[in-house]
Design a protein around this ligand. Structure first.
Ligand code: AMP
Length: 248
C-alpha cells in the first residue's frame, strides 16, 4: 500500500503574524515558513504505519510556490520516500487543493490519504472532506488514533461528547488531530539521506484543474488589543467591578 500525505507550507506557528497595513492579507515576506503542524502529524502517522510493515511507500505532496520545496525537503528528511511539488504562485484555496490531490490520488492509487485537519493559516478545515467527496471514498476526520487492519482502518475521533471509534474501508481519507502522535525531530544524517530521494515537480497549470478562487477575502484585521487588567482587593470588590461593567 502507498500512503499519500499532504503537506502545506504555512507561516511557522511560533511567528506572531502581522496584518498588512492595507488589510489585504498577512505579511509573509521574510517570515519563517514551516510544514503545517497537523500535516507533520499526518506524515509521522504515515511513517509509523509504513515502518510497522503495513505500507510500502509514503509520498509527500505539497501545492505551492517553488519555495515550498523546503517543506517537501523537510518531509523527505522526516522519512517520506518521495516528494511531489505541484508548483504554482497562486494562493491555493481548499477546493483547488482537493482537486489537485484528487488527480494525484487517481495517478498514484494510494490505499490511504492523510492530511492535517486544518491549515493554521486559513483555518478552513475543508480540504480533506472535499477530497473524500471528490474521490467518493470514506473519510474519518480529527483522528486521534489510527489502526490499519488489512482492507480497513479503525479510527478514533475526538468529538464534543468524547471519543468516537469508526471503521472505514480503504482507500480512505483521514485527517489528523493534535493528539494523534508527536512528530519526530529531524537529525542531520536524515537531511543528508533525503538529498538523494526523488522529487517530482508538476506545474499546476499542466494538470488542467479548475483553480479559480471560490472564496473572496474582503478584509483582514488584527485582533482587538487586550485591555489592561484591573486588580481588586477582595471578592466583594470583584463583584462590584463586574456589576459596574454590567457583566453580572
Ligand atoms: P484546510 O482545508 O485549508 O484547512 O487544509 C486542511 C489540510 O489540507 C491541510 O492540513 C493539508 O494537509 C491539506 N492542504 C491544504 N492546502 C494544501 C496545499 N496547498 N498543499 C498541500 N496540502 C494542502
Amino acid at each position: 500500500m502507498k500512503i499519500l500525505v499532504a503537506l502545506k507550507r504555512v507561516v511557522d506557528y511560533q511567528v506572531r503574524v502581522q496584518v498588512k497595513p492595507d488589510g489585504s492579507g498577512v505579511a509573509i515576506d521574510g517570515v519563517k515558513m514551516s510544514i503545517n503542524p497537523f500535516d507533520e502529524i499526518a506524515l509521522e502517522e504515515a511513517l509509523r504505519i509504513r515502518d510497522a510493515g503495513k505500507a510500502e511507500e509514503v509520498i509527500a505532496v505539497t501545492i505551492g510556490p517553488q519555495q515550498a520545496m523546503q517543506q517537501l525537503d523537510s518531509g523527505l528528511a522526516m522519512g517520506a520516500n518521495r516528494g511531489i511539488l505541484v508548483k504554482t504562485d497562486k494562493a491555493i484555496q481548499p477546493l483547488t487543493a482537493a482537486r489537485v490531490l484528487a488527480q494525484l490520488v487517481e495517478k498514484e492509487q494510494p490505499g490511504l490519504v492523510l492530511l492535517g485537519k486544518q491549515a493554521i493559516d486559513d483555518d478552513c478545515n475543508q480540504t480533506p472532506q472535499m477530497l473524500a467527496a471528490l474521490l467518493d471514498r470514506p473519510q474519518a476526520t480529527f483522528a486521534s488514533k489510527v489502526e490499519i487492519d488489512g482492507q480497513s482502518a479503525t479510527v478514533t475521533r475526538e468529538v464534543d461528547a468524547g471519543l468516537e471509534t469508526l471503521s472505514v474501508d480503504l482507500p480512505a481519507v483521514i485527517s489528523t488531530d493534535l493528539r494523534l502522535n508527536t512528530p519526530r525531530f529531524i537529525k542531520l544524517p536524515d537531511i543528508m539521506k533525503a538529498k538523494s530521494k526523488p522529487r517530482e515537480v508538476i506545474e499546476l497549470d499542466s494538470l488542467g484543474v479548475e483553480s479559480g478562487d471560490h472564496l473572496s477575502y474582503t478584509r483582514y484585521e488584527p485582533p482587538a488589543q487586550r485591555q489592561k487588567g484591573e486588580m481588586v482587593a477582595d471578592v466583594p470588590a470583584l463583584v462590584a467591578a463586574l456589576q459596574a461593567k454590567g457583566l453580572i
